[in-house]
Design a binder for this molecule. Structure first.
Ligand code: AMP
Ligand code: ZN
Length: 119
């Protein structure tokens, strides 16, 4: 059994508030939202971080980002926008070592929102 938190969510071993799922990706609301709209889009394939992406994954990351855009629109953030964030490894503040795209919206975001969240 995988020890990875997000692999456990994919496997249904940990619950999540899912908003989209298909064969290769899953999207769910962040458990500790930093904005009124805060969801994550993850590949079902375990990839540690964006810095571990391989050439064969380049189309996958494009589809993840496109889905994040579609879901942001569905969540009512098309007009005012929001922020798409990918933290990578320790200096990037990545706390879950399974590649994920954050979307934050529903409020005007200051430049240091994520830094503030991390204390
Ligand atoms: P990062 O700091 O970029 O690695 O982001 C990891 C995110 O995962 C954080 O914003 C957490 O709040 C979120 N998170 C951790 N555990 C869960 C969970 N069980 N369900 C949903 N989101 C989670
Ligand atoms: Zn994983």
């Amino acid at each position: 059994m995988s020890k990875c938190l997000f692999c456990k969510i994919i496997a249904g071993q940990i619950p999540a508030q899912k908003i989209y799922e298909d064969d290769e990706m899953l999207a769910f609301f962040d458990i500790n939202p930093a904005a009124p709209v805060h969801f994550l889009v993850i590949p079902k394939k375990h990839i540690n971080s964006l810095l571990d992406l391989e050439a064969d994954d380049s189309a996958l990351i494009g589809r993840l980002l496109f889905k994040a855009k579609e879901l942001a629109k569905q969540q009512g953030c098309e007009e005012k926008g929001g922020r798409f964030v990918i933290n990578a490894k320790s200096d990037g503040g990545q706390t879950v070592d399974h590649l994920h795209i954050h979307f934050l919206g529903g409020m005007a975001l200051g430049p240091s929102l994520l830094a503030g969240k991390q204390g």
